[in-house]
Design a protein around this ligand. Structure first.
Ligand SMILES: Cc1cc2nc3c(=O)[nH]c(=O)nc-3n(C[C@H](O)[C@H](O)[C@H](O)COP(=O)(O)OP(=O)(O)OC[C@H]3O[C@@H](n4cnc5c(N)ncnc54)[C@H](O)[C@@H]3O)c2cc1C
Length: 469
């Protein structure tokens, strides 16, 4: 019997799946860039099962790959192709443990799907202010492990800002449990922070306690055509002032991304009469029954027109129109796939420098990769932009993308570093960006990360080959 068989023999058989037809869904990443192998997928029912699994694996030095919804954009949740790792899917651990409306908090098992948790919170009259394009499949443990961002970061912060407590099975099988939903707790090191954004390399999160918000009573969604990209930060500032800092989302969409989308989907229509090179999808929300948000946004439009900053704009007149505007934004990744996929750069720089970054990075592409289509969009209110490059229509797409990755990506990352930005704003590192951390990471950061990894996981059983070697 080899070590993996010894581990599997020790576990309750109800949580072990060896059927390779079922397993294949767990070994390929969402973007189909990497396929690994495994003998079995383990699907624990509760925290005690997770502890049982981790202890058995630690004893026999068998590595584990924690998996939530497997929507990672950097193949962080797939096992290696050597077949020597076991996948632990949290999917069966999906109950809401506690919901305390008066404390504005909830706790849930790590395997609950984000949209299910949003719904449970909404049924209680509140809002879980974490929202991303993958919310129908990603799971809250995965969101915390990647410190997910999304479309409401501007107002509510990233996953890290919403986490009040965690329950984590450590790499030796012992439990760290601090789930109590306190707003203040200065009793020593803030240990939970270590596991947020660790991409499963320091332990398996089994439950999460989260901060909630009141449900907005008013939502106003608008789509603007900008005259010039250099005014992005100024427009955001004006919008915040005009609405009393009620802007929840401020999303940039380049004309190139919109054209890729309208070309890929016949049923979609351009939302504005006037065409521009640059658009913003803006959303403001408030819990106040007194403030008139629509009036604020209308005034904003007037001000921006008067100053010559926008050429056109529309305010969604119904829930249906609002959904249509968001559908445009959220369908861009799909449109890129339709046109042969893209080479992605998930960049953040200071919001004040974002427009300059987009201009300079576009120049680099024009000079060095004529024909490549820069599909640029993203959560620019947080200084985060997805600077993606799509191969031209009549090219060998795979070959063109390989060349972009080899020759253009390093230039984009160098520009980001020169502007003191980051090469990974929200997707994490997984197995694909470890080398970038070595090249562009902050001085001493990698050393501290290695010290922490070795201290908590001396046998290297937690998601090896990801984040830190
Ligand atoms: C269409 C689409 C849109 C997206 N939009 C955004 C966006 O706007 N913002 C954003 O930040 N991301 C976005 N993503 C990326 C992805 O959805 C997020 O990173 C998400 O948080 C991953 O959650 P998951 O449950 O799928 O995790 P997985 O992909 O399963 O895992 C991600 C990492 O977390 C680890 N992990 C998972 N669960 C646990 C656990 N319980 N304990 C310890 N480690 C664990 C895994 O080992 C892996 O390293 C998008 C992805 C898609 C496909």
């Amino acid at each position: 019997m080899d070590r993996i068989d010894e581990v599997l023999a020790q576990l309750p058989q109800e949580i072990v799946t060896r059927d390779q037809d079922i397993i294949s869904a767990y070994t390929t990443d969402f973007r189909r860039h990497y396929t690994g192998r495994t003998t079995a997928v383990l699907r624990p029912r509760n925290t005690a099962d997770v502890q049982h699994i981790v202890r058995a694996c630690a004893q026999r030095h068998v590595p584990l790959v924690p998996q939530g919804g497997n929507t990672s954009y950097c193949t962080a949740a797939t096992p290696s192709d050597k077949g020597d790792e076991l996948v632990v899917s949290l999917e069966r651990m999906n109950t809401v443990r506690d919901l305390d409306p008066a404390n504005l908090s909830a706790s849930a098992d790590a395997g609950i799907i984000l949209s299910d948790l949003q719904q449970a919170v909404s049924d209680a009259g509140l809002l879980l202010p974490l929202a991303l394009g993958s919310q129908q499949s990603c799971r809250i443990g995965g969101n915390v492990s990647t410190n997910a961002g999304g479309i409401s970061v501007l107002r509510y912060g990233m996953a890290r800002d919403l986490v009040l407590g965690l329950e984590v099975v450590l790499p030796d099988g012992s439990l760290y449990s601090e789930l109590s939903p306190l707003r203040k707790n200065n009793s020593g090191y803030d240990v939970k922070q270590l596991f947020i954004g660790a991409e499963g390399t320091l332990g398996i999160i089994t439950a999460v306690s989260l901060k909630l918000a009141r449900k907005p009573r008013q939502t106003v969604t608008a789509f603007l055509a900008l005259k010039d990209i250099s005014t992005l930060a100024r427009i955001l500032d004006a919008a915040q002032i005009q609405t009393g800092e009620s802007i929840t989302s401020f999303e940039y969409i380049s004309d190139a991304s919109l054209r890729l989308l309208l070309d890929a989907k016949d049923v979609l229509r351009h939302p504005l009469q006037e065409k521009s090179q640059h658009y913003v999808l803006l959303e403001a929300t408030t819990v106040s029954p007194v403030l008139d948000l629509e009036e604020s946004i209308t005034r904003l439009f007037g001000e921006l027109f008067e100053q010559g900053l926008i050429m056109d704009g529309t305010i969604a007149a119904s829930g249906q129109q609002r959904a249509e505007l968001w559908h445009l934004r959220e369908s861009i990744p799909e449109a890129e796939v339709h046109h042969g996929g893209s080479v992605k750069h998930d960049i953040a720089v200071r919001t004040s420098q974002l427009a300059a970054f987009i201009v300079e990075a576009s120049r680099i592409v024009e000079r060095n990769a004529p024909g490549a289509i820069p599909s640029i969009y993203g959560h620019v209110g947080d200084g985060n932009v997805h600077f993606n490059l799509v191969p031209p229509a009549l090219s060998d797409k795979v070959e063109f993308k390989n060349r972009l990755t080899r020759e253009i990506s390093p230039l984009i990352y160098q520009l980001t570093a020169d502007m003191e930005g980051t090469f990974s704003a929200e997707y994490g590192l997984g197995r694909v960006k470890m080398d970038l951390l070595e090249r562009h990471g902050a001085l001493g950061k990698l050393r501290v990360m290695r010290i922490l990894k070795t201290a908590l996981d001396p046998k290297g059983v937690m998601n090896p080959g990801k984040v830190v070697a």
